[in-house]
Design a protein around this ligand. Structure first.
Ligand code: TRP
Length: 363
């Protein structure tokens, strides 16, 4: 059995999503597109962070369950291949919960509370000071989500980088305390120095922050400014056509593409860069280019991206669709447990907790 970040000659990748609803274009350009590509070259683990969903929605177990299934449908639609990649259900990987406890001993409470991603979330979700203990705990849990699989890379959106940084600190601390790794060792040297945990690296997608259809905020389900991967062609058209182009102008009047959010979409979704450059030039000059025209090109490009996703999603939308998704989750989670248990016992051995070994045999 392989116990390092290498498996079958491929380095490992882990990332995940908290099931909060359907995935949108911001998720696609921020992370999902990269995951789909990485499947060719890496041993990929994609985690359903359903335990984390309980940090803010403990009173909605039914919704969390349904959101979990939806997100897998989005992944499959987007091109995640459950044969080559491993889909992991967080709540059925006990090694993650156990490692969370050990890691919680290695990180100062105040360090967790200073985590800027947690602070932003407390603000934007209006959690005030009434959030549960488990809310900040999830950041420690996320270190365990990652390290249980000993990946080399963690592809994430920009907002997650602070969590990955904390995870890197935890890995170094563990390896220094329990594996005798020198505190001056380079991150890359950890594995050769007897570490249990490699120091993983965040990989941020090509667009860290995709603007929403409101033209001002980051695309987000809760702000009602998202184009979902599962939207119909009609919904895509309606949402993009309703966007304010940042200015009011006639087709023959000069315009400023840099304050028009539709141009960010043009840059990101229209593949032909020369064509986008030409649109930009004509818009700037006022060369008979209306806002409706720019939008029409963007709508076409977005629909071209989403069309194959809609087709793949349709396979799981009829009767029996949820059961097929659950089978995929179970098969992936069984594989994931083999990896995570191996990590857990390597960690316990390093911590002198080698009192015996359970056989999980999860099905
Ligand atoms: N916190 C991440 C989010 O809300 C989801 C997540 C949980 C995750 N565990 C992870 C991402 C491990 C990367 C690695 O999007």
């Amino acid at each position: 059995m392989t116990t390092t970040s290498q498996s079958a000659g491929k380095n490992r990748v882990l990332t995940g999503d908290t099931p909060t609803g359907r995935l949108h274009l911001g998720h696609w350009v921020g992370s999902v597109e990269q995951r789909v590509k990485m499947q060719d070259d890496y041993d990929c683990y994609f985690l359903l962070a359903n335990m984390h969903a309980f940090t803010t929605r403990a009173d909605q177990p039914g919704d969390i369950r349904q959101d979990t299934l939806e997100i897998v449908k989005d992944w499959l639609a987007a091109g995640i291949d459950p044969v080559r990649s491993t889909i992991v259900l967080q709540t059925e990987v006990p090694a993650i919960a156990e490692l969370s406890w050990y890691f919680a001993m290695l990180i100062p409470f105040n360090r967790v509370m200073r985590n800027p991603t947690l602070k932003t979330e407390i603000e934007t979700k209006g959690l005030g000071d009434s959030y549960p203990f488990g809310f900040p705990m999830y950041a420690v849990g996320q270190c365990a989500d990652i390290l249980a699989f000993r990946p080399e890379f963690v592809p994430v959106g920009e907002d997650q980088v602070a969590h990955i940084e904390m995870c890197r600190e935890v890995a170094r601390r563990f390896d220094q305390l329990y594996c005798g790794v020198d505190s001056h060792a380079e991150d890359e040297a950890y594995e050769q120095s007897g570490a249990v945990f490699p120091v993983p690296k965040a990989l941020v997608g090509k667009v860290g922050r995709l603007i929403g259809t409101d033209g001002t905020n980051k695309m987000s389900k809760s702000l009602n400014n998202a184009v979902f991967l599962s939207d119909t062609p009609k919904q895509v058209k309606k949402k993009i056509n309703a966007m304010y182009p940042g200015q009011s102008r006639e087709p023959d009047e000069p315009g400023d593409p840099s304050i028009n959010p539709v141009f960010q979409y043009a840059d990101v979704f229209i593949k032909d860069e020369a064509f986008v450059a030409e649109l930009r030039e004509r818009y700037t000059k006022g060369d008979n280019l209306g806002d409706g025209h720019v939008k029409a090109h963007v709508i076409e490009a977005v629909n071209e991206l989403l069309e194959p996703m809609r087709a793949r999603r349709a396979e799981y939308e009829g009767p029996g669709g949820d059961d097929a998704v659950i089978d995929i989750i179970r098969a992936g989670t069984a594989r994931a447990n083999a990896t995570a248990e191996a990590t857990l016992y390597a960690a316990k051995e390093a911590m002198k907790l080698d009192f015996g070994r359970r056989d999980l045999n999860w099905r």
